[in-house]
Design a protein around this ligand. Sequence first.
Ligand code: GDP
Ligand code: MG
Length: 225
Amino acid sequence: MTEQIAVEKKILSENDRLAAEIRDALQQRRIPALNLVSSPGSGKTSLLEVTLKALARRFSIGLIAGDVQTENDAQRLRAAGGAQVQAIVTNGACHLDARMVGRALAGMNLERMDLLVIENVGNLVCPSSYDLGEDMKIVLISATEGDDKPLKYPAMFRRAAMMIVNKTDLLGFSDFSLERVQNNARSINPDLQILSLSCRTGSGVDAWIAWLTDLILQARRPSAE
Ligand SMILES: Nc1nc2c(ncn2[C@@H]2O[C@H](COP(=O)(O)OP(=O)(O)O)[C@@H](O)[C@H]2O)c(=O)[nH]1
Ligand SMILES: [Mg+2]
């Protein structure tokens, strides 16, 4: 047991070292980086599709789509158009790590990138422990998952800077309460920013796009250094 803990510690500290290198490289180029995490099916790829529709003409967006198996998400994002897209297939690993992200970034043009978004493997547990060099984690939860999930997976909600409640078009079809999920999440992380939206109907998407646009423009300002 102690041996296992020692090995895990070593893996995480090596990961942190690589993540710091990635963070430096991105910050030097003023590229804000987001790590999108959620359970499988909450709508990470859908959110990226609607994001590209709104922003790809104005900004150069880099996307890294991680999955245990298949490049389906990367293909969906390439089809949406207008972004540099790299796929990572983890072949069984339940999270991305900084080494995988570093390799994906080596195949991307950072000189022409205004924003990097990493879609992590769908899982609310393992991805919380791995820094990928991002500025912030954004956790998605959808209106079909149960409003108690922030309490059950506190590490993820504690480490996230923002929670996006997706599929608000389905509110009312289950006992999921927007107010309860917000209260549960804030009981874990009082500073959590919260947005709610529907990728299906587009309701609430404007606020997300405005927030992202602001993030990109702020990163470009000289005072951001
Ligand atoms: N009703 C509804 N379905 C959605 C919404 N967003 C995504 N979906 C559906 O949820 C499923 C999973 O979405 P996906 O983007 O693949 O989730 P991911 O696994 O987190 O990347 C797909 O069938 C989407 O069409 C939404 O806002 N409302
Ligand atoms: Mg996906």
